[in-house]
Write a protein that binds this ligand. Structure first.
Ligand SMILES: Nc1nc2c(ncn2[C@@H]2O[C@H](COP(=O)(O)OP(=O)(O)O)[C@@H](O)[C@H]2O)c(=O)[nH]1
Ligand SMILES: [Mg+2]
Length: 230
């Protein structure tokens, strides 16, 4: 019997050890567009923990996803606002979904407490998804929060969703300005200061805070492609 593999198929063993070496020395996260849903019937029914990425068109949702998973072209980015009209579920390490929701910048702002962000955003949030662990509400650092962001955060709070805000495109602003903006946004959205991140998908600023939130929500460790922490 000697000479026969005792601990599994030899090829499998070498795959496992390669994988271990990659984990130790750094590798990209495995990420793929798992579901491209044009309506709610295609949303996954159960299983992986989900993190919703919300924000108006052009705020930087797709760029942030690409940066977090270390792939430039995974989520399509665009200069044309309103491009995404579908819900994209990106599976990361086969263990969690980052959910890229359509920008809601075009929906009429509701006067009542009606949800009117965008039909698909409404149907996703209205589903009371058991798998939803948290929501990132993105706000362009140069524009600040508007009625939609305030309404969205209020609605998420009432619905018991752990919502946190992310100022995007912070490479455009100085450190002092960012601190002020974070404080102002915390007050505006009625969130504690430690739930406001300030990031740049362009230069990687602030992604450590996001990685910590994502770890807490999904158990997945988001790292730079070389394996170093953000
Ligand atoms: N300067 C800067 N521009 C960004 C950043 N993130 C996104 N953008 C730009 O903003 C535009 C919209 O980005 P995109 O990710 O497609 O936004 P989405 O519509 O919310 O998915 C694109 O032109 C991006 O290059 C950032 O961190 N810094
Ligand atoms: Mg997008």
């Amino acid at each position: 019997m000697s000479g026969e593999a005792t601990f599994g198929h030899p090829e499998r063993q070498s795959c496992d050890s390669r994988r271990n070496a990659e984990l130790q020395w750094g590798c990209r996260l495995e990420a793929e567009l798992a579901i491209d849903a044009a309506d709610r019937s295609l949303f996954p029914s159960a299983g992986l923990p989900e993190v919703a990425i919300l924000g108006r068109s052009n705020v930087g949702k797709s760029s942030l996803i690409n940066r977090l998973v270390g792939r430039k072209g995974l989520a399509r980015t665009s200069n044309t606002p309103g491009r995404t009209r579908r819900v994209h579920f990106y599976a990361v390490e086969g263990r969690a979904y980052l959910v890229d929701l359509p920008g809601y910048g075009y929906a009429a702002i509701s006067k009542q407490e009606r949800r009117a962000f965008a039909p698909l955003v409404d149907s996703y949030l209205g589903d009371a998804r058991a798998a939803l662990r948290g929501a990132l509400v993105l706000v362009d650092a140069r524009r600040g929060a508007q009625d939609e962001e305030r309404e969205l955060c209020a609605w998420l709070a009432r619905s018991g969703v752990d919502a946190r805000a992310v100022l995007t495109k912070c490479d455009k602003l100085g450190r002092g300005e960012l601190d002020k903006l974070r404080r102002a946004l915390a007050a505006e959205l009625a969130l504690p200061l430690e739930r406001i991140a300030a990031v740049s998908a362009r230069d990687g600023t602030g992604l450590g805070a996001l990685a910590a939130w994502l770890l807490e929500w999904t158990g997945v460790e988001f790292r730079r492609p070389d394996g170093a922490p953000f």
